[in-house]
Design a protein around this ligand. Structure first.
Ligand SMILES: NC(=O)c1ccc[n+]([C@@H]2O[C@H](COP(=O)([O-])OP(=O)(O)OC[C@H]3O[C@@H](n4cnc5c(N)ncnc54)[C@H](OP(=O)(O)O)[C@@H]3O)[C@@H](O)[C@H]2O)c1
Length: 312
């Protein structure tokens, strides 16, 4: 086992964060996880080496306290949609700037930063542009801060809001689903592989200063992803691709609904394929798992007495 470290995980209560915190705890590291709502994350609270701390990561004094004495900090905070004052600028850019200041003040050198595949200052969406802006801040901090940046494609796993969301929508709509950008391409990457990359970087100095694109071994269109989800979950599937003008309108309308199931900015992110230009896992010397291999482990319909196992 790598030496025991003190690690603070911002965004440690989310989908990727929960998986990473579990992995780090299993490896014996001491993990500090700030949250606005400790009562909602009891499952993390019971892990023996994890401390859930009520804190506002946007408050500089809270941040200073959180990073104090840490060997490394992981920043996973991110949003897909803006809600009121929780904007991309605030969650991705301003928080990263504050975190870098806190790391410098606290003399904490190691930072693992979560970005996104397609992050680009000239990208089509505010999401992708803000992710690029945050990356630029991390690069600019490189003298005192030993950073590693990760850029994943869409991430899947038992608690994801990707395959589970599509399965839920297909169930609700009896399989009828209008799809924006149905031919947009992705390299769905398993959450366990993403957290393995983060854990590996913590103990491998050659990852300092590096950016890793993380994609799974299968490239699929959004339509193939939804059809695969439906097939594995045993759900009906009648997709119809929306032409772009209608898809934009869908983003505008659904973006006004509570919870914003789809927004114009989401539509714009889909204008860019989310596939890797390089294999970050190969550079890290790590294996990766295919969607088709793992989806049936958490999405397959429960077998009823007397039913036959699905044939592949
Ligand atoms: N999931 C994917 O497919 C995917 C793909 C590419 C990149 N990423 C990036 O990976 C990171 C983690 O994604 P995820 O899927 O795990 O997201 P998630 O489940 O939505 O979790 C996001 C985390 O950020 C925290 N957060 C959000 N807004 C915050 C705010 N204003 N102040 C404090 N904390 C805030 C959340 O805390 P609360 O629980 O308190 O809200 C949560 O811990 C993000 O940076 C995301 O952009 C994800």
């Amino acid at each position: 086992m790598a030496a025991q470290m003190n690690i603070c995980v911002l965004g440690g209560t989310g989908f990727v964060g929960t998986a990473l915190v579990n992995r780090l705890s299993d490896a014996g590291h001491w993990v500090r996880v700030p949250t606005r709502h400790p009562d909602r994350h009891q499952a993390l609270q019971v892990l023996p080496t994890v401390r859930l701390i009520r804190a506002d990561v946007h408050d500089r004094r809270d941040l200073d306290r959180l990073v104090e004495g840490m060997d490394a900090v992981v920043n996973l905070v991110g949003i897909l949609n803006e809600h009121g004052g929780n904007t991309f600028q605030r969650a991705h850019v301003q928080l990263t700037a504050k975190l870098i200041d806190a790391l410098k003040a606290g003399r904490v050198r190691r930072l693992l930063h979560m970005s996104s595949l397609g992050a680009d200052p000239h990208g089509p969406s505010r999401y992708l542009r803000s992710k690029a802006e945050a990356e630029a801040l991390v690069h600019a901090a490189s003298a005192p801060v030993d950073f590693t940046i990760f850029r994943p494609s869409v991430i899947f796993g038992p608690d994801d809001s990707l395959t589970n969301r599509f399965a839920g929508l297909l169930r609700l709509s009896h399989g009828w689903l209008p799809l924006a950008r149905a031919q947009a391409r992705f390299a769905p990457v398993y959450v366990g592989d993403v957290t393995a990359a983060f854990a590996h970087a913590l103990s491998t100095r050659s990852t300092i200063g590096q950016t890793y694109e993380l994609g799974g071994p299968q490239i699929m269109t959004l339509e193939q992803l939804v059809r695969t989800t439906a097939a594995v979950a045993g759900l009906p599937c009648h997709l119809f691709g929306l032409p772009d003008p209608l898809a934009r309108l869908q983003g505008v309308i659904l973006g006004c609904l509570p919870g914003k199931p789809f927004t114009l900015d989401n539509f714009r992110s889909l204008m860019r394929d989310s596939v890797c230009a390089e294999d970050g896992f190969e550079r890290l010397g790590l294996a990766r798992h295919a969607l088709l291999e793992l989806l049936p482990t958490y999405l397959a319909p429960p077998r009823t007495a007397g039913s036959q196992p699905a044939q592949s």
